[in-house]
Design a protein around this ligand. Structure first.
Ligand code: ADP
Ligand code: MG
Length: 223
């Protein structure tokens, strides 16, 4: 479970990026976080990854207080999270297969495990037939699916995506959202951040709206 307790985040002297945010996201939930540009959405994801620390208040993930994580415990905490960026961030000189395998090698998974798991993950994102392509030979939607596969590589409990459809045309955006919903069925908690209100409304999932650093609405838990 993720819990924000009175979280405020300030950058320097400007208005708070987030102010007194209280939130609970249960394990296994699917949540959209929406809000206009500058609302504080990316700040919220950075706090969750512990790339940034709260200025006041606390965030707990599975009972652990993120403020307390240190040089030794932070890498293990981060392995709980598969992160997806708007701009994909794939390795351009590696094939689809290698992009996913690399993430597994980086945390010391065995060659056998990697050889077994990469094809399974590529099947989830429906890219088995493109495993030997380089990112430059893929569409934006396909590149984002590789990024999704890479986020899944080490079987994280949480998938967090920050504007995953920001660089993708509308038709493909729907596919990416549907894939994220499918990933939730793999017993994961999925948090999708976007400014595309119209896109999320059709899915009937929980939607948390932030505006100017405040949670202004929360539809609550969906099925
Ligand atoms: N590293 C930073 N330094 C100073 N201000 C920042 C920084 N990151 C974000 N901000 C400010 O915090 C506010 C929220 O930004 P952000 O979380 O990126 O919003 P969103 O992702 O919803 O567009 C904005 O006013 C932004 O300018
Ligand atoms: Mg942002």
């Amino acid at each position: 479970m993720i819990e924000f307790r009175n979280v405020t985040k300030l950058y320097g002297q400007s208005a708070p990026a987030l102010e007194n945010v209280n939130l609970k996201i249960e394990s296994g939930e699917f949540v959209f976080i929406i809000g206009e540009s500058g609302a504080g959405k990316t700040t919220l994801t950075k706090l969750l990854l512990r790339e940034e620390k709260t200025s006041s208040g606390d965030i707990y993930v599975d009972g652990k207080r993120l403020r307390r994580l240190n040089f030794f415990t932070l890498p293990y905490y981060r392995r709980k999270i598969g992160f997806v960026f708007q701009d994909f961030r794939l390795f351009e000189k590696m094939t689809v297969y290698e992009n996913v395998a690399f993430a597994m090698r980086a945390v010391g998974q065995s060659r056998r495990a990697i050889a077994k798991k990469v094809p399974l993950i590529l099947r989830v994102v429906e890219l088995e037939d493109k495993r030997d392509r380089f990112p430059s030979a893929l569409s934006g939607g396909e590149q984002q699916r590789v990024a999704l596969a890479r986020a899944l590589a080490n079987n994280p409990k949480y998938i967090i995506a920050d504007e995953p459809t920001g660089n993708i045309d509308p038709q493909r955006s729907l596919e990416i959202m549907e894939m994220l919903l499918k990933i939730r069925e793999m017993n994961k908690t999925v948090i999708v951040v976007t400014h595309e209100k119209a896109l999320v409304e059709r899915f009937g999932q929980r939607v948390i709206t932030i505006s100017k650093g405040h949670v202004v609405s929360d539809t609550g838990k969906s099925s």
